[in-house]
Design a protein around this ligand. Structure first.
Ligand code: BYC
Length: 322
């Protein structure tokens, strides 16, 4: 695990300066002194997020060759490429905290690092591309827009671009579902069946309820997280209820009702046992996702090797020239 630079640890002004930056809601930058626990929390969250983007390419990659038209294929391909890009910005942000990328990959491939629960669900129908865009990317936006104000500069800056792209992703998912809902009876059934499967897992993306979220309090005190898991989940439910009405789909929650007093939609209990099972590696697709990622990593070994050899050659050339 990463440790702070010893020279900086010795910097007596460092801790006070860090506290000042946090209190003033300013950015902490890579060269600033920071507590080890702050650094560890960021590496954990940012690398998990990066892994989620990379693993998150699989459920949709599954449909690129089967998308129903050339245009749908081009759009889906661009979206999956965006996700690769998000993973790369995020690995780069985590690297500024001193953790090598190889170490993060290793943690993913050996199951030591988590990635989002949502990507352990299967995508058996084309409508799932719509549900992922509308619900999964929609949840991602709710969760990630506040991260554009996270206290760690490189993370916050990476999130700005990611959120712009996520908002396009959400609209393309909504549009897929809208097209299906305006289509044949069989297409409407397919869309509804897909929404039935993705609704609850999307709500669980926000993480455990606040009273079972061990990291939230400290992450909020450090201005990494700006809102609690439950607050963001509520925001998401409030956002999707009117969107579901426009689509003409029913959200599969009999307890969903407007609460005049709270000014929010009440929603039913979620199956947290299922969430824990997925996190423990026993979801629908955990083993498929990791096996595929390992294979891709092995297949890409020659590319990493070639890049390394090229970089060495460039360095040697620069040395001769200087
Ligand atoms: N899945 O104390 P808590 C995307 C873990 S990418 C798995 O509340 P925290 C997209 C949590 O890590 C979506 N694990 O934690 C990509 C912790 O375990 P550890 C990913 C989860 O960090 C491609 C434990 O449960 N988004 O949207 O304060 C295509 C206790 O939780 C999950 C991000 O990563 C989960 N759903 O809050 C389309 C955003 N939830 O680490 C879309 C950045 C919780 O102590 N991350 N856990 O072993 C965050 O905002 C926060 O890390 C979380 C969790 C809200 C996810």
């Amino acid at each position: 695990m990463t440790t702070a630079t010893p020279a900086r640890e010795l910097d007596e002004a460092g801790p006070a300066r860090f506290e000042e930056l946090i209190a003033a809601d300013q950015k902490v930058e890579p060269a600033d002194w920071m507590p080890d626990a702050y650094r560890r929390t960021l590496v954990r969250q940012i690398s998990q997020h990066a892994h989620s983007e990379i693993i998150g390419m699989q459920p949709e990659g599954n449909w690129i060759t089967r998308a129903p038209s050339l245009q749908r294929k081009a759009i889906l391909m661009a979206k999956v490429q965006d996700e690769a890009g998000h993973g790369l910005y995020l690995y780069s942000a985590a690297q500024t905290l001193g953790t090598p990328r190889e170490e993060m990959y290793e943690q993913l491939l050996t199951g030591k690092a988590k990635y989002s629960s949502i990507f352990n669900y299967l995508t058996p129908t084309w409508a799932d591309m719509g549900s992922i865009g509308w619900l999964v990317d929609g949840a991602a936006i709710c969760n990630q827009v506040p991260l554009c104000r996270a206290s760690y500069g490189p993370y916050a800056r990476a999130m700005v671009r990611i959120c712009k792209e996520e908002s396009f992703h959400q609209r393309q998912g909504f549009e897929i579902l809208l097209a299906l809902m305006n289509g044949t009876q069989a297409q409407r059934v397919m869309a509804q069946e897909s929404v039935n499967r993705w609704y609850a897992p999307a709500l669980m993306m926000f993480g455990p309820p606040d009273d079972a979220s061990p990291n939230s309090a400290q992450s909020m005190a450090w201005n990494i997280k700006r809102f609690s898991n439950d607050d963001l989940r509520q925001r998401f439910v409030d956002m999707i209820v009117p969107q579901a009405e426009i689509l003409g789909v029913t959200l599969p929650d009999p307890d969903l009702r407007w609460n005049e007093e709270r000014g929010h939609w009440d929603y039913g209990d979620l199956d947290w046992d299922e969430f824990r099972e997925v996190l423990a590696g026993r979801g629908q697709a955990n083993s498929i996702r990791i096996a595929k990622r390992r294979r891709a990593h092995e297949d890409g070994a020659w590319v990493r090797e070639a890049a390394r050899a090229y970089a060495e050659k460039q360095q040697a050339r620069e040395k001769v020239a200087s």
